[in-house]
Design a protein around this ligand. Structure first.
Ligand code: NAP
Ligand code: F7E
Length: 325
């Protein structure tokens, strides 16, 4: 039985990846940091909380990572742990750098010291392209990050490349464009929109405050994207891949899709709050996934419309259950 270790298992991608690896027959381990309250809602939502083994540790604590690798000997490590919200990265740039940049280095170092044959996946991001240098971004597009989060991810990305080149480690990075789901954090714009639109539909709220709705993103479904992570570690050599749909949509049009689904007009509810604009913005992203299609046989399956429908329905159901108590 193959054993995989996931850092960030309590997050959106960690939960879907755990579900996928379990379906492949893996023994799935996850690093869980000490919090004052337990945080396994997403694993419970997918009905897998009792199927994975959760291990105490922290991406900031090298000795905990070394202990886990020595004790449990995973063959694959997926580094999904991060302070992943771009907005917060301006409020907490040092915390973001410690977790998102140095955290990845801690895990690479732990692998190098304990067993450099362990395969390593780094969760890189389209935010590294930032102020884009090419209309459509691929593995060869130059980077220009626009936030402390993007800069931290770029450090982790190059460390992954460097450990591959320096120590011949099977270390690879997936440059993933935005991906969402019903278990996306409420602070991210898609979920903020589907959750608030559902509350408006149920008469619990009458306005949705947003920042810059003219930005555009290449949105896919997290359930599709975690499969690409797995495929990268099964590829015959460690390489980096862009994972995207190849379609870009504005926040405004995504709102329209969500409200339309509920029979509402978004223009009647959305208010623009300048406080929600970012100090530096990534105006538009659109990825070219052809390398992943060619070498991994991976393709995004879920359309934005299908995903938003799934998210709105899940939010309606959850809110109704909350009301019932
Ligand atoms: P997420 O929902 O924010 O999950 C982040 C995870 O990191 C959580 O499990 C969190 O644990 C964990 N974490 C934070 N600080 C930690 C620490 N000090 N030690 C150990 N774990 C820690 O993010 P996501 O959307 O699943 O994304 C997964 C990864 O992919 C992240 O690295 C993100 O930056 C990257 N990424 C995401 C996207 C996207 O569109 N979703 C695109 C490209 C790249 P707690 O639950 O305890 O907070
Ligand atoms: O913003 C605009 C906002 O926070 C998308 C993370 O997973 O994907 C994610 O980063 C866009 C931005 O995601 C609001 O200004 C307008 O232009 O959903 P988001 P993100 O910043 O693209 C990348 C690939 C990652 O790697 C990150 O970890 O929407 N926007 N109004 C808003 N955004 C938010 N959150 N809230 C608003 O009210």
């Amino acid at each position: 039985m193959k054993t995989a270790l996931i850092s960030g298992i309590t997050g959106q991608d960690g939960a879907y990846l755990a579900e996928y690896l379990l379906s492949k027959g893996y023994n799935v381990l996850g690093i869980i940091r000490r919090l004052s309250t337990q945080n396994i809602e997403r694993l419970s939502y997918l009905n897998i909380a009792d199927k994975v083994k959760l291990l105490d540790g922290d991406i900031l604590d090298l000795s905990s990572l070394i202990r886990i690798l020595k004790d449990y000997k995973p063959g694959e490590v997926y580094n999904l742990a991060a302070q992943s919200f771009v907005g917060t990265s301006w409020q907490q740039p040092i915390l973001t750098s410690n977790v998102t940049a140095i955290g990845a280095l801690n895990l690479l170092e732990a692998i190098r010291l304990v067993d450099p044959s362990i395969k390593f996946y780094q969760a890189s991001t389209s935010e590294m392209f930032g102020k884009i240098k090419e209309t459509v971004q691929s593995e060869t597009t130059p980077f220009h990050p626009r936030s402390p989060y993007g800069v931290s991810k770029l450090y982790a990305h190059w460390m992954t490349v460097n450990y591959r080149e320096s120590y011949n480690m099977f270390a690879c990075a997936g440059i993933l464009f935005n991906h969402e789901s019903p278990i996306r954090g409420l602070e991210f714009v898609t979920r903020k929109v589907t959750y608030t639109a559902a509350r408006i539909k149920l008469g619990l709220q009458d306005k949705l405050s947003l920042g810059n709705i003219d930005t555009k993103r290449d949105w896919g479904h997290a359930r599709d994207y975690v499969k690409a992570m797995y495929l990268m570690l099964q590829h015959d050599k460690p390489e980096d891949f862009v994972i995207a749909t190849g379609r870009t949509t504005s926040v405004r049009d995504m709102c329209e899709i969500a409200f339309d689904y509920l029979g509402l007009n978004y223009e009647d509810y959305v208010v623009i709050d300048k406080e929600l604009f970012r100090p530096a913005e990534v105006e538009i992203l659109i990825g070219n996934p052809s390398k992943a299609e060619k070498y991994l046989g991976w393709k995004s399956r879920t359309t934005l419309e299908e995903m938003i429908k799934e998210m709105v329905e899940a939010d309606l159901k959850r809110i109704k259950e909350e009301i019932k108590g």
